[in-house]
Design a binder for this molecule. Structure first.
Ligand SMILES: Cc1ncc(COP(=O)(O)O)c(C=O)c1O
Length: 413
């Protein structure tokens, strides 16, 4: 069982919603910092443990700066994400560039920043060499194909557009060596929003095995394995957060058996998690515009799937708290909707909640990753502001809300 609490008292949250235009996303800085420290602590036995925070999860400079201050790196998948990492003060091997179908200009930018480039395909070896020159340090994204089942969310690896095939992997390292690489990493990403710790342990086993195979076949010493992102969070009350200590203990046992006695002793382990770092510490704060009765009962918010797409996109559960009604009996069943002209613009379907009235403040939980970031402008909706509840209690705007001028800016040329 997980608990869903607000980062402020109910009256504090109501007062904030009275002061700031709703909807907005609010991120809890102190809770994010604590989570980062717990992650680092769990893996403190690893020679140079690092999580490259997946910038795509919450691409806001204030959030990326927290990562930099706490000693995390950045996992970037595009040029703007590289700029966000650079502007947060990250340099060189603080940045990992994992992209696919990559344009030349983005490889050039990643190379100029001395980021760790993680190639998605065997053909990208020549491509990178031609467009940017080959770096000393290179990594490959491994797709295990039928050797591994992806979890439910990420799907079957055989169907995935990502990564180097099993039978191409050794060849990739040989070719990279021919191009002049002298330092190597190995990466995979086979899970998304996974709560079962053994899945991550098996991913470590798989990469340790592959790194050893690469050494046996080529003599190459892989310096690090990147277990990818994908550690899940308990979106619903009946789920529990992954026990990072237990996962770390099991990975350590494998490491001591497989890696320590081998030529790869000293191998580093890194991750590129986004969701578990910031997800639980973000809140979409909105206000009820209308309560209506059709063939079902509806609560219409001033937020919509333009602010948070996960429920509409994946049918994802996001917990909902009605502010100042924590003691009220939950005896109403509602669909909680936004205003888009799409019937899947629903934050919740058949959700049991207290009786809701126009003007109530409704908080949608766990929006700190893949929340605002996935926003869009369909129906000419404007994306909301983002605020940071700072460790000292101040609430700081870290992104302003879009205006109509922003929306029309690209029509003026
Ligand atoms: C390559 C890669 N790394 C890391 C992540 C971050 O995943 P999560 O935020 O679930 O940890 C993603 C998510 O899409 C990804 O595609």
């Amino acid at each position: 069982m997980s608990q869903k609490t607000l980062p402020l008292s109910h009256s504090g949250m109501a007062a904030l919603a009275d002061t700031l235009p709703t909807p907005f996303h609010l991120y809890d800085e102190e809770a994010i910092r604590q989570q980062i420290r717990a992650f680092k602590e769990a893996f403190s036995w690893v020679p140079d443990f690092k999580n490259y925070y997946a910038v795509k999860a919450c691409p806001n400079p204030a959030i990326i700066k927290i990562m930099a201050e706490e000693g995390f790196g950045a996992d970037c998948s595009s040029y703007p994400e590289l700029l966000l990492a650079r502007d947060a003060g990250m340099r060189g091997e603080d940045i990992m560039f994992t992209s696919n179908d990559t344009p030349a200009s983005e490889y050039v930018a990643a190379k100029e920043l001395d980021a760790v480039i993680n190639l998605d395909d065997i053909t990208h070896i020549d491509f990178l060499n031609e467009v940017a020159g080959f770096p000393e340090l290179i990594s490959f994204r491994y797709n295990p194909g039928s050797g591994r089942t992806g979890n439910a969310i990420i799907g079957n690896p055989v169907e995935a557009k990502y990564g180097v095939r099993e039978d191409q992997l050794i060849e990739c390292y040989r070719k990279a060596q021919e191009k002049g690489a002298t330092r190597f990493g190995l990466h995979t990403m086979v899970a998304s929003n996974e709560l079962e710790g053994s899945y991550i342990v098996e991913t470590a086993r798989m990469l340790f095995t592959k790194a050893l195979e690469i050494h046996q076949n080529t003599g190459i010493i892989v310096e690090f394995v990147n277990l990818g992102g994908g550690i899940g969070i308990p979106y619903s009350l009946d789920q529990e957060a992954m026990d990072l200590e237990a996962v770390s203990r099991d990975i350590r046992a494998l490491y001591e058996r497989m890696i320590v006695p081998s030529a790869l002793a000293g191998l580093n382990i890194v991750f590129e998690c986004g969701r578990m770092v910031t997800g639980p510490f973000g809140y979409l704060v909105s206000r009820v515009l209308h309560v209506t009765s059709k063939y079902k009962e509806y609560v219409g918010l001033d937020a919509s799937m333009a602010n948070l797409m996960r429920p509409a996109l994946y049918g994802a559960y996001h917990h909902i708290t009605v502010v100042n009604k924590e003691e009220a009996v939950k005896d109403h069943v509602y669909d909680v909707t936004g205003s888009l002209c799409e019937n899947n613009d629903k934050f919740a379907i058949d959700r049991t909640l207290p009786s809701i009235e126009e003007g109530d403040v409704v908080v949608i939980h766990d929006t700190g990753a893949h929340g605002h970031a996935m926003g869009f402008n369909y129906n000419s909706k404007l994306r909301s502001a983002e605020y940071l509840l700072k460790s000292d209690g101040e609430v700081q705007m870290i992104r302003r809300a879009e205006t109509i001028d922003d929306l029309f800016a690209t029509l003026k040329f």
